[in-house]
Ligand binder design. Structure first.
Ligand code: NAD
Ligand code: TDX
Length: 362
C-alpha cells in the first residue's frame, strides 16, 4: 500500500510510521505534517533515508496541497491534530481549524480523488467522562473541553460523509497513549522529565482522576489492523484495559526514578476535568487485537527511554515550552531556575483559572 500519514511527525504518528515500515516491507509512506510545536522530525531520524519514506511539510487544511499530494495513495491515516486539552482551554482556534476543518478537507480529497480508504484517528475523550462501566462505539458523544469537542466535530463530519456519500472512512478512538517520543506536555513525559530535573510534578485536583493507559505500539498495531481489516463506516474503540488513578501513576513514576514523593504538588484542577475514561473494546477484539504489553513493564521501559534520551526532550523543554508552562501553571520553569530565579508551583496560570495557589496536601 501507498499510505499518506498526516501528522506523522508527532508522537503516535511517528511510532506508526516506524511500525508500518518494519511490518510491511512493500508499503511506502508519505508523511505530511505542519510541524507545529508538537511536530518533530527528530522523531523519525532513523527512517528518513528509507526509500519507502517521504516527508512533505504542509497543512491538512490546505486543500490545494492535499489535492497535489493525495492522488494515487491507497489510504490516508489522519493523525494530524492539535492534541493537548490544556492548550485547547487556553486557545481553541487552532483546534477547530485542524481537528474539524482539516478533517473536512481530507474527506473532500477522499471524495474527489476516490481514495480507497481513510482511517481517522480519534479519542475516547469524545464520549466524555464515565463513572462506572465502559463506553461502546454506539454511545452518544459528550465532550467536555474544546479539544474533545473539536475531535467530536471531526468524527461527526467523517460519519456524515459515510452516511451521505458512502465514503470508505473508518474511525479509531483510543484511550491515553504513552511511550517513546511523546511531547513532554502530556502527563507521563511531563512528570518523568520534571522529576529527572527535580522540578515539582503539578497534579490536578485530588489526583484521583482515572485514565486507561495504552502503550503506543499496541495502538499502532490496532490502527494497522483497522486500516487493513476494518469495515467502512465503522468506529473502533482501542483501550489498554489498564485503569490507573493519576496519583498512583505519579507515585509509580517517582518510584521507578528513585525520586521523593515530596516532588508531588497538588494544584488547582483542570476546568472540565473528566473524572474517568473507560472503553468497551469487544469490536476491535473481534478483529483479533489485544494489547500485547503489560502496563508496568511498558511504563518502566518508557521511563528508561526518557532517561536515555535526555537530549531529545531537553531540546523540546525550552523556549515556547516554558512560555506555555508559565501560562498554564503560573510558574517559572527550569530555564528561569537555572538563571537564578525562584521556582514556585501554585496553579496560578490562566489554564487553571487564575485561582490562588494551592499548597501541598498535608
Ligand atoms: P501530537 O500532538 O504528538 O502530534 C500531532 C501532529 O500533528 C504533530 O506532528 C503536528 O505537527 C501535526 N499537525 C498539527 N496540525 C496539523 C495540520 N494542520 N496539518 C498537518 N499536521 C498537523 O499528537 P499525538 O498524541 O501523536 O496524537 C495523534 C492523534 O491521536 C491525534 O489525532 C489525537 O487526537 C489522537 N489521540 C491521541 C491520544 C494520546 O494519548 N496522545 C489518545 C487518543 C487519540
Ligand atoms: O500537569 C498535569 N497534571 C495532571 O494532573 C497534566 C498535563 C495532566 N494531569 C492529569 C489530567 C488527566 O487526568 O493527568 C491526566 C492525563 O492528562 P493528559 O496527559 O493531559 O491527557 P488527557 O487530558 O487525558 O488526554 C490525552 O488522552 C486522550 C491526550 O492528551 C489526548 O490527545 C487524547 O485524546
Amino acid at each position: 500500500m501507498k499510505i499518506l500519514v498526516t501528522g506523522g511527525a508527532g508522537f503516535i504518528g511517528s511510532n506508526f510510521i516506524r511500525y508500518l515500515l518494519e511490518r510491511h516491507p512493500h508499503d511506502s509512506i508519505i508523511n505530511l505534517d505542519k510541524l507545529t510545536y508538537a511536530g518533530n522530525l527528530e522523531n523519525l531520524r532513523d527512517v528518513e533515508s528509507n526509500p519507502r519514506y517521504a516527508f512533505i511539510h504542509g497543512d491538512i487544511a490546505d486543500a490545494k496541497l492535499i489535492r497535489e499530494v493525495a492522488p494515487g495513495v491507497d489510504a490516508i491515516a489522519n493523525f494530524a491534530a492539535e492534541s493537548h486539552v490544556d492548550r485547547s482551554i487556553l486557545d481553541a482556534g487552532s483546534f477547530i481549524q485542524t481537528d474539524v476543518y482539516g478533517t473536512f478537507v481530507l474527506l473532500e480529497a477522499v471524495r474527489e480523488l476516490r481514495i480507497p480508504r481513510m482511517v481517522h484517528i480519534s479519542t475516547d475523550e469524545v464520549y466524555g467522562s464515565i463513572e462506572t462501566g465502559a463506553f461502546r462505539e454506539i454511545d452518544p458523544l459528550n465532550p467536555s473541553n474544546p479539544y474533545s469537542a473539536s475531535k467530536a466535530g471531526g468524527d461527526l463530519m467523517v460519519l456524515a460523509y459515510w452516511k451521505t456519500r458512502r465514503l470508505p472512512v473508518l474511525i479509531t478512538r483510543s484511550s491515553n497513549n504513552f511511550g517513546p517520543f511523546q511531547y513532554p506536555e502530556k502527563v507521563i513525559p511531563l512528570f518523568i522529565t520534571n522529576a529527572l530535573s527535580d522540578l515539582p510534578l503539578p497534579l490536578y485536583g485530588d489526583g484521583r482522576n482515572v485514565r486507561d493507559w495504552l502503550y503506543v505500539q499496541d495502538n499502532c498495531a490496532a490502527i494497522d489492523l483497522v486500516l487493513r481489516m476494518g469495515q467502512d463506516g465503522e468506529i473502533y474503540n482501542i483501550g489498554g484495559g489498564t485503569e490507573v488513578e493519576n496519583l498512583e501513576l505519579t507515585r509509580e513514576i517517582l518510584a521507578l526514578l528513585g525520586k521523593p514523593e515530596s516532588l508531588i504538588q497538588f494544584v488547582t484542577d483542570r476546568p472540565g476535568h473528566d473524572r474517568r475514561y473507560a472503553l468497551d473494546c469487544e469490536k476491535i477484539r473481534a478483529l483479533g487485537w489485544r494489547p500485547a504489553r503489560a502496563f508496568d513493564a511498558a511504563l518502566e521501559e518508557t521511563v528508561r527511554w526518557y532517561q536515555e534520551h535526555e537530549t531529545w526532550w531537553r531540546r523540546l523543554k525550552s523556549g515556547e515550552f516554558w512560555d506555555y508552562y508559565r501560562r498554564q501553571y503560573g510558574v517559572k520553569g527550569e530555564a528561569e531556575r537555572a538563571g537564578g530565579l525562584s521556582t514556585q508551583v501554585g496553579g496560578q496560570g490562566e489554564g487553571v483559572g487564575g485561582t490562588p495557589p494551592l499548597t501541598k496536601r498535608p
